[in-house]
Design a protein around this ligand. Structure first.
Ligand SMILES: [Zn+2]
Length: 238
């Protein structure tokens, strides 16, 4: 089989050197891969804030050319103590389906070509009803992990649901990992949503900002692949 070589991005060497330098100082390397600026904060911001020993790199796949949203994303990452990159995948209101290939290639162009201890991304079922991009990104990350084009010791997928729009998204209590956020961490997360992203207190985002964060945990690509096949997570019995 021919070996596939990833094209070298112009920031490849800078990002790699930066990461090697930072990795010497931090305990755990974590990549967070999300569809939109604010997803990293809404679904995982408390967990990131609560783990200052993580070296966290956030990939946001859309809105790089939206100057205002890109500036807010940069500020949010500063507040989270993270670094990151943005892409410009289509994110029109009609949510036109994107090809697997396009989503996967965008992720690869933005990711430092390094092994991560942990990758965190969307659920293949999304976090609420409904944003197609969340589901597409969740699937793409699993496929990249299964084909070895992303390498990590484990994958966590956001575990939230909204009862088919019956309520704002809440954590799925049966998920593998369930973090109840300390009040000060939640306040910090909420201020990123309201002060940095500038969402009104009555907005869907501000009202959603979860006080708990939950994740489905996968310790091997095979487990994640099974999730793609089944389409749902079986409740695990201890
Ligand atoms: Zn989103």
């Amino acid at each position: 089989m021919a070996l596939k070589i990833r094209p070298v991005h112009k920031n490849f060497f800078l990002r790699t050197a930066f990461f090697h330098h930072q990795m010497a100082k931090k305990i755990k390397t974590v990549a967070v891969i999300v569809a939109h600026p604010d997803d990293e904060t809404l679904w995982a911001g408390g967990t990131i804030l609560n783990n200052p020993d993580w070296l966290c790199f956030v990939i946001c796949l859309s809105h790089k050319s939206n100057i205002e949203r890109a500036a807010k994303f940069t500020e949010a990452l500063k507040a989270l103590g993270a670094h990151g990159m943005m892409g410009d995948l289509d994110d029109g209101p009609e949510q036109k389906p994107l090809s697997d290939n396009e989503v996967q290639e965008t992720i690869l162009q933005l990711m430092p070509p390094l092994h991560f201890d942990l990758i965190i991304s969307h659920s293949i079922n999304g976090e609420y009803t409904r944003h197609r991009r969340h589901e597409e990104v969740g699937r793409a990350v699993i496929k990249l992990w299964c084909t070895g084009r992303l390498t990590a010791d484990q994958l966590w997928a956001f575990a939230y649901e909204d009862g088919h729009r019956a309520y704002h998204p809440i954590t799925i209590e049966d998920a593998s990992i369930y973090n109840s956020l300390p009040p000060d961490i939640w306040e910090n997360k909420y201020s990123i949503i309201t002060d940095i992203y500038d969402f009104d207190k009555n907005s869907w985002e501000a009202q959603t900002t979860p006080r708990e964060e939950a994740f489905w945990e996968f310790l091997s690509p095979a487990e994640a692949q099974q999730w793609l096949v089944d389409g749902y997570m079986p409740i695990q019995v201890e």
